[in-house]
Design a protein around this ligand. Structure first.
Ligand SMILES: NC(=O)c1ccc[n+]([C@@H]2O[C@H](COP(=O)([O-])OP(=O)(O)OC[C@H]3O[C@@H](n4cnc5c(N)ncnc54)[C@H](O)[C@@H]3O)[C@@H](O)[C@H]2O)c1
Ligand SMILES: [Zn+2]
Length: 363
């Protein structure tokens, strides 16, 4: 005998911008308990606004806490409050909290519903948009994880107002990534900024809203036909080829977006030396990176053996294919599988030159 059945989960991704998340009807009209798993720093900053009847578990965030140990505290909390199968959990925090709590919810009782409330720019435009969850394991980024859609994502830009500016730059890195490979209009919006995005922290600023809205729409557009990543040739993996290994090696030094933007720059250099991308576009990318106080240099991104190791590791993750997105011009890219040592050497020399020029300009 042989049996075979097919089934497919239907997914409806709902993302909604709101002006005051703590007083949102979905939260106030909740007929059951309000269950929050929240980034400890966010809790401290917003404790006076948080509904008093919420049942709360605080977690430490930042990349070093995105691990099994923190996940276990969440599962222990679920046990302690007797979380029922259909009770909704609110995941509140940056990308680390959303990825980790989403992962915890996806496997607790084989899946309990959750709502995401992103509180960092990076999470608003990226981590809260798709359906990926995860934690780091054995020094590998997101080695344990799942594809698990939330019931709803509520976006309130006010949270960005309390972020440190380095972390806002970090979020801008993912926006630049997206703009370079998929959206030249978004890139132009970033170029139009006269410095207010960082100084005003995305508050009450027309351009800031345009940037966020455009980034979320473009991201959804990129993800919608490949939510479960059945196709491993993904343009949005731009900036995520060499960076996963290097980021984990430098977990206390580099933020996620900083590692991503260095990877983007390296890939732009490869694209330039292959004559896919012209010097005008390369310079536009370098200018945006500089304008948003993001790094142009890190020793591991000009280290051949580190880059080779990173390329080997990502190729395993991509089922033995490199699948590296390289920009062709601003807003367009192609995916290649033939990056060689000589490509890396040429890109390293270009990266060193860009760094030298920027140091000279600063003098
Ligand atoms: N699932 C996905 O598709 C996806 C996409 C992109 C990134 N990510 C993940 O996102 C993570 C990075 O996210 P992140 O940059 O938000 O990091 P994070 O969650 O660690 O937040 C950064 C810091 O900001 C603090 N913070 C959070 N909200 C704040 C606020 N409103 N005001 C002040 N401080 C605040 C946090 O406590 C933390 O110290 C990475 O682990 C990355 O893998 C996931
Ligand atoms: Zn990323």
């Amino acid at each position: 005998m042989k049996w075979s059945i097919s089934a497919s989960p239907e997914i409806n991704i709902k993302i909604q911008q709101v002006s005051d998340v703590w007083n949102h009807p979905d939260m106030l009209s909740s007929d059951g308990r309000l269950i929050f798993v929240i980034d400890r720093i966010v809790y401290d900053l917003y404790r006076d606004s948080i509904p008093i009847d919420a049942v709360i578990h605080q977690i430490d965030c930042g990349e070093i806490h995105k691990n099994l140990e923190t996940a276990e505290t969440v599962w222990n909390f679920f046990d302690k409050i007797n979380l029922k199968r259909r009770e909704t959990v609110y995941a509140i925090g940056g990308g680390v909290a959303l990825d980790l709590v989403g992962f915890c919810c996806s496997i607790y009782r084989r899946g309990v519903p959750y709502i995401r409330i992103p509180t960092t720019l990076l999470a608003i435009v990226d981590a809260a948009v798709g359906i990926k969850t995860g934690i780091n394991y054995q020094n590998y980024r997101n080695r344990l994880g799942s594809y698990y859609a939330p019931k709803l994502t509520l976006i309130d830009n006010k949270f960005i107002g309390t972020q440190e500016s380095r972390h806002i730059s970090n979020g801008l890195a993912e926006i630049i990534k997206l703009a370079v490979i998929a959206d030249k209009h978004l890139f132009k919006l970033l170029e139009q900024d006269s410095g207010l995005l960082l100084t005003d922290k995305f508050q009450n600023n027309k351009l800031a809203n345009q940037v966020i809205e455009r980034a979320i729409s473009t991201m959804l557009d990129q993800l919608k036909d490949n939510l479960w990543e059945t196709d491993l040739r993904r343009s949005v993996d731009f900036g995520h080829s060499f960076s996963p290994t290097i980021e984990m090696q430098n977990i206390l030094e580099l933020l996620h977006g900083e590692a991503v933007i260095l990877d983007c720059l390296l890939c732009c250099c490869i694209a330039y030396t292959r004559k896919y991308m012209n010097s005008v576009d390369l310079n536009r990318v370098v200018s945006l990176i500089t304008k948003f106080n993001l790094p142009l240099y890190h020793r591991d991104f000009v280290n051949l053996s580190m880059l080779t190791k990173s390329l080997d590791e990502i190729s395993i993750h991509r089922n033995n294919n490199q699948n590296i997105p390289l920009p062709m011009s601003i807003g367009q890219c192609r995916i290649v599988n033939d990056i060689s040592e000589s490509d890396l050497l040429a890109a390293i020399s270009m990266m060193n030159q860009i760094n030298e020029n920027s140091l000279n300009n600063r003098d």
